[in-house]
Design a protein around this ligand. Structure first.
Ligand code: FMN
Length: 315
């Protein structure tokens, strides 16, 4: 067990918040693989306050999940606290409240939410102070690095003084969006200056990446796009190495769970997302991948994947 941001977790490898991806069955899947903690997608406080049905649906939780952070986005203290009050009213079991100060996409920043808060540290601090006054849960904040390391460190210092329990830094600037290499030096600097409070995100694709971030003093490491390519990094981190056919069994179980919960279309979309890499080097892989990508039918997609895995690994 480890202590991280006011929580006790089985291990420090966590599933990052991923809009459009980290819905209930995906979190359940990664929990079953051993994620120490997972996140919801970012959820709009404005949507919660308006009782928007789709937004409220995003608060659904299963009893088979690892500790879960519900990540919220808002442009100021009042709306954040109103949204958080709705979350508490929902009576769902969240381990911590997350606040997104990282999303660089214009539809989020133009309203003053997400990464726009990095340029408004006073408002960002008011939000965290307000939230800490309202809820009796740890508050996890996700940020991006700024152009200047000193600015990043001073932003973190202020947010921690306002009461945040954990700061996850994605080592790309908002202007970089998802391109270029994530900077690890800022994680090292921040973890050195604020020991026990910093988690890492950015280019986590291998066990070496995870261990490098941990050796720098990161409390937790967040797996994001690396989880699309190899969901089983969560198991491998704990010394469990599965054969491709066992991995496919996991995915098939996940796909049927998703079909039952969210319908066939969602199951097909997610299975393509997580299984693509399993057939990448098969003989005739290009043709198999093209067939898999065109398939809209779960049974058919599973058949193609089984064929791919057999060709790939002769199992
Ligand atoms: C499809 C997608 C959706 C994302 N959604 C969120 C989100 O809702 N909240 C958030 O804080 N970060 C979000 N992120 C950022 C990731 O959590 C992570 O910080 C980023 O992808 C860097 O890690 P990586 O280089 O290992 O992918 C998203 C990233 C991707 C690719």
């Amino acid at each position: 067990m480890i202590n991280a941001g006011g929580l006790e977790l089985d291990n420090p490898l966590c599933l990052a918040p991923l809009a459009g991806i980290t819905t209930l069955t995906v979190r359940e899947f990664f929990s079953s693989l051993g994620a120490g903690l997972t996140h919801t997608e970012m959820i709009s406080c404005a949507g919660l306050v308006r009782d928007n049905a789709k937004t409220l649906d995003m608060l659904a939780v299963s009893e088979h999940e690892s500790p879960l952070v519900v990540q919220l986005f808002a442009s100021g203290e009042k709306i954040l606290c109103e949204g958080a009050a709705k979350v508490l009213d929902s009576c769902k079991k969240f381990a911590a409240l997350g606040v997104n100060m990282a999303c660089p996409m214009p539809k989020i920043t133009r309203n003053g939410s997400g990464a726009a808060l990095l340029r408004r540290p006073d408002e960002a601090c008011n939000m965290i102070r307000g939230l800490k006054g309202l809820v009796n849960l740890p508050v996890w904040v996700k940020i991006r690095k700024l152009d200047d390391d000193n600015l990043t460190l001073s932003f973190i210092e202020r947010i921690l003084s306002a009461g945040a329990d954990n700061i996850c830094i994605h080592g790309r600037t908002p202007a970089q969006r998802y391109e270029g290499i994530a900077d690890r030096e800022i994680i090292r600097l921040a973890a050195e200056k604020f020991p026990g409070y910093i988690s890492a995100s950015g280019d986590v694709k291998t066990l070496d990446d995870i261990h490098e971030y941990l050796s720098m003093g990161s409390v937790c490491v967040m797996l994001a796009r690396g989880a699309f390519a190899n969901a089983w990094l969560f198991e491998e981190f704990r010394g469990i190495f599965k054969t491709p056919d066992k991995k496919l069994d996991d995915l098939i179980k996940f796909a049927y769970l998703t079909k039952n919960y969210s319908g066939e279309h969602r199951a097909v979309v997610l299975l393509k997302r997580f299984a693509g890499s399993m057939i990448k080097s098969a003989h005739g892989a290009a043709e198999l991948r093209a067939r898999a990508m065109l398939s809209q039918n779960l049974e058919e997609l599973i058949k193609i994947l089984c064929e791919g895995v057999k060709k790939n690994y002769a199992c």
